[in-house]
Design a protein. Structure first.
Length: 344
């Protein structure tokens, strides 16, 4: 995976702007050093964390090697489209007060696999004003908060930002000590330094694979939505004004969406936001999520049939059941994978 990530850096149209590529190995495995050796045309600095440190502390170890005014982040299992760095730098430099730039992204099983638009795009799209006429938008603190409240809408592998704001945001994350969904607080901290740019055209690919950090057994056992609820409540407790403004932004935007868009977004919400996170957003944060459930014009099923099917199993309960099933399946897959790799 690292080889493909580095290859995507090599292909950047803004490659001349890259002063250093820091590859940090946070394990006792040294195979990645050999991979880096195959990219002699890149200014790679290879470092190892010996002994390995907690993942949340890993960025702190990397910062000591950063001496440039801007920084980009790329996880070793993801990769960039060739124009990502150029688009992000242009967006960052277009506004002097802009702290950082994120972009929408595809998910894929690999560079040769078929990609699909991550559902987080729709959360960020609503947060940014539900306007696709612009290729780039700049989000104020309520918009950034909204993108982070609903779910993790702004991915680390898409961010290009000014060094000091990024460093501060990481330190705030470390101080909070959340190792699960700290990507939902990182943009909030970053937005305190200025507007956050958002590129609506996907130029980053996030790999979908069973060894992703968020799918660790400890998080599956605890329950993803239970952990997400804790972050949401933390944001509401520490930033009540920003959360209130984010809810107002969502509610006002939701009212002006046409019925087809509202219907589509309702399905996206069902797919990515369910109990106990759903109730927390509605009752404690003030987001009128049920208002998105409008009937689409010219629907194929008559209203009585839609009400019948919808009443048999409420959407939120249905998604909760599916989530629990998915978590159990992931635990089973990890158990089988561990059994295959265990010494005999």
């Amino acid at each position: 995976m690292l080889r493909e990530a580095l290859e995507s850096i090599r292909r950047q149209t803004a490659r001349a702007a890259i002063a250093r590529v820091v590859v940090s190995e946070n394990s006792l495995n040294a195979e990645s050093e050999g991979v880096c050796g195959k990219f002699g045309d890149l200014p790679i600095l290879y470092v190892q964390q010996r002994p390995p440190i907690a993942p949340l502390l890993h960025p702190r170890a990397v910062w000591q090697h950063v001496n440039t005014p801007a920084v980009a982040i790329l996880h070793d299992d993801d990769w960039w489209a060739a124009t990502h760095l150029r688009s992000s730098l242009d967006t960052l430099n277009a506004q002097e007060s802009c702290a950082a730039v994120f972009s929408s992204f595809f998910e894929s099983y690999g560079p040769k696999g078929s990609p699909w638009l991550n559902q987080s795009y729709y959360f960020a799209w609503v947060a940014a004003g539900a306007d696709t006429m612009q290729s780039v938008v700049y989000m104020d603190p309520p918009a950034v908060m909204l993108a982070c409240l609903i779910n993790a809408g702004l991915h680390y592998s898409t961010v290009v930002g000014r060094t000091e704001p990024l460093r501060d945001a990481f330190e705030r994350n470390v101080s909070r000590g959340n190792s699960f969904d700290n990507d939902r607080t990182f943009p909030v901290f970053l937005g305190m330094h200025g507007p956050i740019g958002y590129v609506l055209t996907p130029e980053v690919f996030v790999r979908n694979h069973p060894t992703r950090f968020a799918w660790a057994a400890e998080y599956l056992k605890a329950g993803h939505m239970k952990l997400a609820q804790e972050t949401t409540r933390w944001l509401a407790q520490h930033y009540p004004n920003e959360v209130s403004a984010a809810a107002a932004r969502f509610n006002s935007t939701a009212r002006v969406l046409d019925s087809s868009s509202a219907h589509t977004f309702w399905n996206i919400l069902k797919a990515g936001t369910f109990e106990p996170q759903w109730s927390t957003l509605v009752t404690e944060c003030g987001l009128e999520l049920p208002a998105m459930r409008r009937q689409r014009e010219n629907a194929l099923l008559p209203m009585w049939a839609r009400e019948l099917f919808g009443g048999l199993c409420p959407p939120v309960l249905n998604r909760w059941i599916q989530m629990k099933y998915w978590e159990q399946m992931m635990l089973l897959k990890k158990k089988r994978a561990n059994a295959r790799t265990a010494p005999r």
